[in-house]
Design a protein around this ligand. Structure first.
Ligand code: GLY
Length: 318
């Protein structure tokens, strides 16, 4: 059995590519990297890779991570600028015995030395979103922080290897140097080939408070189905945050176990995900959280899919 699950509709083309590779017998490390690169390279996804939204100084600082569930090796970069595919740098770092997590200038130096492609990641479109948001913040007293559609994936190959990877530009208008959950092992991602993997999207500052990807893998290890594990972890963290802090940020999680069973949970409206397993082609589902905390999902309609792309590619009205 092989399979792949990922956060948001934007992962569909990546999941499709990754699954082609898995179907041909390629490994979960290469498949998850190729899948995330697909999302990083698409300029209209504005919170990952090229075209990602900038920080408050109008710089695109990117976070990414990779984990190999066989060896538990981790590689991650945070606040890296001007490199095309942070996930590949993270994967390369996972092969080092130490210095696995690099930030800012140090990450860029490593990437340069290793010959990774340099690229100006700030597009004209992202600049237009930045100017628009600046104006909205000034005129309507809107909060500057918004948008955290991280791509997070879990991948299982025929040999039973589980990997997880993430990539994001983080919060729109974040402070320079701000790091979210995505490059933090256990929070944004976790993979253990003996159990399965999980990955997160949402408000990094709150996802970190529950080490939530690790928690889901831990619950799966105790024998819970990925759906039960995701719901239990998300609902508990949501509840704790509301009790202790009066509110909870967005928390959305995906998981797959070593049998290829999968699950998702969220505390928001409008979460979507892409999933495929051997014998079932990649599909996008929309998640609805019921009042009892359980999540139901239905396949996205053609209208929804068409509208999604139209919205993503519409001109930015400043
Ligand atoms: N979940 C992505 C971030 O908070 O940066």
């Amino acid at each position: 059995m092989w399979g792949m699950i990922a956060t948001w509709r934007m992962a569909l083309e990546g999941v499709t590519k990754g699954c082609e590779m898995l179907g041909q017998g390629q490994n979960a490390g290469d498949a998850v990297e190729a899948a995330i690169r697909e999302v990083e390279d698409f300029p209209y996804y504005k919170s990952v890779g090229y075209g990602g939204l900038p920080n408050e100084e109008m710089e695109v600082e990117l976070d990414a991570a990779y984990m190999d569930g066989d060896t538990l090796s981790i590689g991650a970069v945070a606040a890296i600028k001007d490199y095309a595919n942070p996930v590949s740098i993270a994967k390369r770092l996972s092969q080092e015995s130490v210095n696995n997590v690099l930030v800012g200038e140090g990450a860029e130096k490593f990437a340069h030395k290793e010959g990774f492609e340099r690229k100006n990641m700030l597009t004209d479109r992202a600049k237009a979103f930045y100017r628009k948001r600046k104006k909205e913040v000034a005129q309507q007293e809107l909060k500057p922080y918004a948008g955290h559609d991280t791509v997070g994936m879990v991948c299982l190959d025929r040999d039973g290897k589980v990997t997880a990877a993430t990539s994001t530009s983080g919060l729109f208008m974040k402070k320079k140097g701000r790091v979210g959950d995505s490059p933090i092992a256990g929070s944004g991602f976790y993979a253990d080939s003996k159990v399965g993997g999980a990955s997160a999207t949402g408000l990094g500052e709150d996802l970190m408070k529950g080490c939530i990807s690790y928690e889901i893998v831990r619950l799966m290890k105790e024998g819970l189905h990925p759906q039960e594990a995701c719901e239990r972890a998300v609902n508990l963290l949501d509840q704790e945050l509301k009790e202790r802090r009066g509110k909870a940020g967005d928390l959305s999680l995906i998981a797959m176990n070593k049998e290829g069973q999968w699950g998702v949970a969220t505390n928001i409206e409008g979460f979507s995900f892409a999933v495929a397993v051997e014998g079932q082609p990649p599909r996008v589902y929309l998640v609805k959280r019921n009042e009892d905390g359980h999540c139901a999902f239905e396949e996205a309609s053609k209208e929804w899919m068409d509208d999604y792309m139209k919205t993503r590619m519409a001109p930015v009205k400043e």
